[in-house]
Design a protein around this ligand. Sequence first.
Ligand code: KG4
Ligand code: ZN
Length: 382
Amino acid sequence: MRILAIETSFDEAGLAIVEYSQESDSTNIEVLSDTLFSQAEAHVEYGGVYPSLAKQVHAKNLTSLFAQTLKDADLHKEGSSNFPEEIKEILKREPEMFEELKKLLSEIQKPEIDRIAITKGPGLEPALWVGISFAKALSLAWDIPLSPVNHMEGHVAAALAKKTEEGFLVTPPNSPSLALLISGAHTELVLMKEYLQYERIGSTRDDAVGESFDKTARLLGLPYPGGPKISKLASLAREEGLDNPYTLPRPMINSDDYDFSLSGLKTAVRNLVEEIGEPTEEQKKQIAREFEDSVTEVLISKTKKAIEEYGIRSLIVSGGVAANSYIKEKLNALTKEYENVDFYIPTPDLSTDNGRMIAFASAIKDSPIEENVVAEGNLKLY
Ligand code: KG4
Ligand code: ZN
């Protein structure tokens, strides 16, 4: 089976074409092509992702990204394709994309693709809709079924995918497993008593972990997305052995539940920066380290509690913040404290949003066909 996956839930457009086969519960996946367009630069001046801009940039780029994805997979074959009238209605809000797609489809044949996996949510609805409309147009032109995918399940699938010589292999982790999903928009602890069956045990009450990194970065005068920049400064503070003159709170670290609240941490950083006035480069490193320590301690504490309470056998960490090497190292060390807890985390290129993760999620569960896909900004896993 061959899948084309399209992801436009936030500020990255990710497309991938994969081929997969299943043997009992295991899924073998070969990646034929994988393209990514990050808009981060377009959003720098807003200090965060600006939804209607995200939508416009996706609409502008999708057709050429798609053509590139086909070429890379050797599926861009000269010829011509159907272009049913209804596509005009589907793309009525995106006249430019309509014209570009019409031109592309007049130049190429239908590629050998069995299913189009499309991110349905969660995410920014205007951004999601661009991808969904594009996918619907392709589905109609080529009579290829559409299958909606939950973006968060994409993050889970990316963590479970083990690199092999030919591609990736996904096998069910030992149950029960715990997923810690940490991204720019989400902070969730999810329990999987069985493979791909989800139960919520905790989530953020306000800022997501990535959001908190990004807001702290902004307070230190660092551009969006600030996560990697804070992480760099914090590791410099550790490498240089700087002392630690500041104390930030560890919000909800001892609370009785699995919820998080990080907005107070950002406020504490704001107060600290105001107190200092203009932080020097050295002070920025010290603040970044104290901030990263605080977030890491809170994540470790909640994760540890859940591992013990639920007798967890596999810890799955995923989402953009899983690219953070300090957090990764500490969570890995946590799992080593137990005899029987396996640790799953994607490589950094699979941690942040991308097209492969959506293809993987669609492959591992043979995601169902649904022609009338609707964007759902708050789509849940459970
Ligand atoms: O999963 P993702 O690409 O997009 C969402 O679905 O939200 O996550 C992006 C988030 C951003 O907030 C970014 O700052 C954060 O992940 N991030 C990091 C690192 N790399 C990306 N945060 C901390 N350390 C990093 N190395
Ligand atoms: Zn994400």
